[in-house]
Design a protein around this ligand. Structure first.
Ligand SMILES: *Cc1c(COP(=O)(O)O)cnc(C)c1O
Length: 268
């Protein structure tokens, strides 16, 4: 299918999104992001219902998360497990609120994720898969997982090298508490839209290839890719989950280097 090649990134907006401070702000921002997803779907000949918007609430205070929930968000993405766990504990009263952990996880923190998360998007080692599975079995829970792939080739980014994913996926049926859903990536952080797009194409091609040979019970339908600065390009290239923080919640108080080690960011 021919893809529009001229959709720009919006990374120049980074650090400049206005803070959402009322339910109305959240409703408006969610509707605006959804409209952009729908438009990207239209350009690519896709169904808008085939893309899930995952709002990312990292660094934001509990009060903001409650406003987002009131505006209709019932799953929130958090990058750091301790922060996510604290928020989960503080918001037990919102019984329909689910949590997706989207950032790198140290094996010794698998126990926390197993306790409260519905989804984990940054699976990148068998040691971690084993630790999560063991903890989940103990809790009597299961977890939706995405395998994180490093599509940008940057040493600072977490995730498996593309050539290592096939063997990794073959080993996953051993962990019965993990429900494998697909692949996740963070694209190159660049205003060069074409280079960003290549990261998304790489992930999709890898998924298409691995789907043929995936072992029984391992489902590789999902592609989690795209964030505030590049989700439209990701949708054009097949994203089924986009992880959007700043365009919904507003700019973050902390620089990205706090979350993505090695990244040098100038904040507005
Ligand atoms: C923070 C984060 C996002 C969202 O980034 P925004 O620029 O706020 O949209 C997406 N994915 C991961 C892994 C993140 O840590």
């Amino acid at each position: 299918m021919p893809m529009p090649a001229d959709t720009p990134t919006r990374h120049e907006q980074h650090g400049r999104y206005p803070e959402a401070s009322t339910v109305e702000d959240f409703r408006r921002n969610l509707a605006a992001v959804q409209a952009r997803i729908n438009a990207a779907c239209l350009r690519a000949g896709r169904e808008p219902a085939s893309v899930r918007l995952l709002p990312v609430s990292k660094t934001k205070p509990e009060a903001s998360l409650r406003l987002a929930h009131a505006a209709g968000c019932n799953m929130l993405g958090e990058n750091k497990v301790q922060e996510a766990h604290q928020k989960w504990e503080a918001m037990q009263d919102l019984s329909d609120l689910q949590w997706s952990v989207i950032g790198h996880l140290q094996t010794n923190k698998a126990k926390l994720v197993a306790r409260f998360a519905t989804e984990f998007q940054a699976l990148d080692s068998l040691r971690l898969a084993e630790a999560l599975d063991r903890r989940l079995q103990a809790e009597g829970r299961s977890l939706d997982v995405f395998v994180q792939v490093n599509t940008s080739g940057e040493a600072s980014k977490y995730g498996l090298a593309p050539e290592d994913v096939a063997a990794f996926v073959q080993a996953l049926p051993a962990f019965s508490a993990l429900r494998v859903r697909g692949l996740m990536t963070l694209a190159l952080f660049s205003s060069e839209a074409e280079r960003v797009r290549q990261c998304f194409i790489l992930l999709r091609d890898l998924r298409d290839e691995l789907r043929q040979s995936a072992p029984g019970g391992i489902c590789l339908d999902e592609l989690s890719m795209g964030m505030s600065g590049d989700f439209e390009i990701a949708v054009e290239e097949g994203a089924t989950v986009v992880r959007v923080g700043q365009a919904i919640f507003g700019a973050r108080p902390l620089p990205d280097s706090h979350y993505w080690p090695g990244e040098v960011k100038t904040e507005a």
